[in-house]
Write a protein that binds this ligand. Structure first.
Ligand code: SF4
Length: 558
């Protein structure tokens, strides 16, 4: 593998293969195992952008490789990789341990190759990360495409002038921070060129190394960003308006134009019929934006299944316009309690408004309406979780099989740079990790209670206990309403019980750190909090013979 830039994605904990964690519920409602093998979508955007500017870029998902090769030494794989620059993401803090260890290994094997870190967490902790011997550069801000291009251009010179690279932090006798001067106002310069992406994904060597997550062949999903930034200030979110303004110097969201989104969608459709997750709420760009987008999707007869995210309920017209498009909708009120929502800075809306939205959505022929709740919020008490279960029970009875509820712990970390992280006393939060080192260390714990980086109204012990109790009862409710088959119910109950037992055993035997939990912990793949059929969008496996043939034919014709 030879490239100008090689983008590498690490597992959450570098030693997960020897020191098996029992973290089942922490990745319970995302398409990743607790190894968090999903890489940020920025990888694809950076790869495409640099390819367009004449550079060879490759992606290696080291986390997936380590999952698939439990006994093989990673050093051999890294030795086979050659690049002018290694790019490692620290976008989510959950990779603090794996990313740093990966950087150390890369530096040891390829001491001449420079290493750059990037992502939102790298932005927040740039000053600390650049102190690491293995880290040569950190790119700050929310858009690394152009800064990495400039960095590669400088690296080609005999005497690189790093002061020319926007958003860069580097060492030159002392630590130099060029400041964030590159903040793109639109996303139209960052395409999803599917000709390039498919070519990269289907290249003969290391097909799986480039996949965004382990189950990608079984449950593929394409994430399409229509916006960078947010107009809301949820206090626990590391992607809020506050974060972007304070740490990325972004004063307003940057949108991708409808024209560009349609081009991307047409390109996707010409290759594969996969579900497209439209990340972020289209409502942020205003009603004219989503009206135009829905109209164009229908005019162009784009026949892809979509998942739309809402930050707050949408007007009736939104769902009338969706009618005719294959769509699912998801919203995260986080809490059933309107008061808790307010305390956590969520957009203000009532449960009545949410229920009206479900009605609009189902009338508008939305295929599935997903609602997500969390455990560990500011102001949350046990009674609220009881009330949440009753609320779910009532609403499943009212709305039937298209409505789905998910409950997960807020885990594992409090987002660095979130309003609550920066003002813990104000929100009654006890912050247990304040540096990269703290997070790195937390990721060496095998018990997910000890992994949690915060306590709020609920202690870590309570977050764990209430998660097991609440989800257990949620399964009872789901089977009653036919959302789980009897077989799925038995499997989920068993997985949850085994996860709980492994947690309890670790707690009891904390003094014996060498104990193996493999015999009681569910496998790393097991979806503990929900079934894959509830979480994913129908059956769109790219193992589907016709899709595969179509891909290969297209690839061969180029
Ligand atoms: S959680 Fe809140 S602040 Fe964060 S992206 Fe969603 S709406 Fe924006």
């Amino acid at each position: 593998m030879k490239a100008d830039l090689l983008l590498l994605h690490a597992p959450s904990s570098w030693s997960f293969r020897e020191n098996t964690p029992s973290w089942g519920p922490v990745s319970g409602v995302i398409p990743s195992t607790p190894v968090f093998e999903m890489y940020p979508m920025g990888f694809v955007s950076i790869a495409e952008y640099l390819h367009r500017h004449g550079y060879k870029v490759d992606i290696a998902n080291i986390a997936i490789w380590m999952l698939d090769h439990p006994k093989t030494n990673v050093a051999r794989l890294i030795s086979s990789m050659k690049a002018k620059l290694f790019g490692i993401d620290l976008h989510w803090m959950v990779h603090a341990n794996g990313s740093i260890e990966l950087a150390k290994l890369c530096k040891k094997i390829h001491p001449q190759t420079k290493i750059v870190f990037g992502g939102l967490s790298s932005t927040y902790f740039a000053d600390e990360l650049i102190q690491e011997d293995a880290v040569d550069f950190v790119i700050k801000g929310d858009s690394a495409e152009l800064p990495i291009l400039r960095l590669l251009q400088e690296l080609e010179k005999t005497k690189p002038k790093y002061s020319n690279v926007p958003n860069l932090v580097y060492r030159d006798q002392t630590i130099v921070d060029n400041g964030i001067t590159y903040v793109p106002e639109t996303l139209d310069d960052f395409n999803l060129d599917f000709k390039y992406i498919v070519k990269m994904l289907t290249s003969v060597r290391g097909l799986k190394l480039r996949f965004p997550y382990r189950d990608y062949m079984k449950h593929p999903l394409l994430a399409l960003f229509t916006v960078k930034g947010c107009t809301n200030n949820c206090i626990l979110c590391g992607g809020s308006k506050y974060f972007y303004k304070t740490y990325c110097k972004r004063t307003k969201p940057a949108y991708r134009s409808v024209e560009q989104v349609i081009k991307d969608l047409l390109a996707i459709e010409s290759y594969v019929k996969l579900p497209v997750f439209m990340v972020n709420d289209l409502q942020q760009a205003g009603a004219d934006y989503w009206r135009e987008l829905f109209t164009q999707i229908k005019t162009e007869k784009i026949d892809l299944p979509f998942a739309f995210e809402l930050f707050s309920p949408a007007p009736k017209e939104f769902f009338e316009q969706i009618s005719g498009i294959t769509a699912t909708v998801q919203i995260s009120p986080d809490s059933w309690s309107e008061k808790t929502r307010e305390l956590n800075g969520k957009p203000a809306y009532s449960n009545a408004a949410l229920e009206k939205n479900i009605t609009y959505a189902l009338d508008g022929e939305v295929e599935k309406f997903d609602i997500y709740y969390m455990i560990g919020l500011v102001g949350q008490a046990q009674q609220e979780l009881e009330d949440t279960l009753s609320y779910i029970d009532q609403n499943l009875a009212t709305f039937g099989e298209k409505l789905h509820f998910f409950i997960a712990p807020m885990a594992p970390f409090l987002d660095p740079g979130s309003i609550a992280y920066d003002n813990p006393e104000k929100y009654g939060i006890t912050k247990l990790c304040s540096s990269v080192k703290d997070h790195y260390q937390a990721l060496t714990n095998r018990s997910w209670k000890n992994l949690l980086s915060y306590e709020s109204t609920l202690s870590r012990e309570e977050i764990v206990q209430y998660t097991y109790d609440t989800v257990d009862r949620l399964f009872d409710i789901k089977v009653t309403h036919g959302h789980l088959s009897q077989k799925e119910y038995t499997i989920q109950k068993d997985l949850l019980l085994r996860s709980k037992e492994s947690y309890q055993r670790l707690e009891r035997e904390e003094s014996q750190p060498d104990i193996s939990v493999a015999d009681v912990a569910p496998g790393l793949d097991a979806p503990i909090l929900t079934t894959n059929s509830e979480l994913y969008f129908g059956d769109y496996s790219i193992l589907n013979f016709r899709s595969l043939l179509r891909l290969i034919r297209r690839k061969l014709s180029r």
